[in-house]
Design a protein. Structure first.
Length: 147
């Protein structure tokens, strides 16, 4: 890849702007206190801090899974619409769905049929292992499913 295409690729994506974000929980209190920052499209950011400092809370806010108590969070796509993904800290599988149905759930929620969802993954016509119940996988395999 030449340097101009790398530069163009880095600049694509979405901007994230947090202005005075606060979030508190019963029992633990304030975990985000008037947090303000901006991430430009293509920037790489790492959240570091001790347990309970609000890292997961901030990620849940940006993923749209939670709402701030105060402040404003804006995510703007440079082109098209914003698509967000999120991997939970714990294996959050739906126990009554098999491996295959848990894996394809996000695509099903977007209206894709299961076999069509599997084609880009290279596992269309998936075998018995993917159609197995969740009780047949080790803990690490369950975590890998949601990642």
């Amino acid at each position: 890849m030449n340097s101009s295409s790398y530069s163009d690729q880095r600049k694509s994506g979405a901007a994230v702007r947090c202005e005075g974000i606060s979030r508190a929980f019963a029992g633990t209190g304030l975990v985000l206190d008037r947090l303000t920052f901006q991430i430009e499209p293509g920037e790489f950011v790492a959240l570091l801090g001790p347990s309970g400092s609000g890292k997961s809370s901030l990620l849940r806010l940006t993923a749209g899974l939670d709402r701030a108590d105060a402040g404003r969070l804006v995510i703007e796509a440079e082109q098209g619409t914003v698509s967000r993904g999120f991997v939970f800290q714990e294996a959050t599988l739906i126990p009554w769905r098999n491996v295959l149905r848990n894996t394809t759930l996000p695509l099903e929620l977007q209206g894709w049929e299961t076999e069509r969802a599997l084609t880009p993954l290279g596992i269309a016509g998936a075998g018995a292992r993917c159609r197995a119940g969740l009780g047949t996988q080790a803990g690490g395999e369950r975590v890998a499913l949601v990642a």
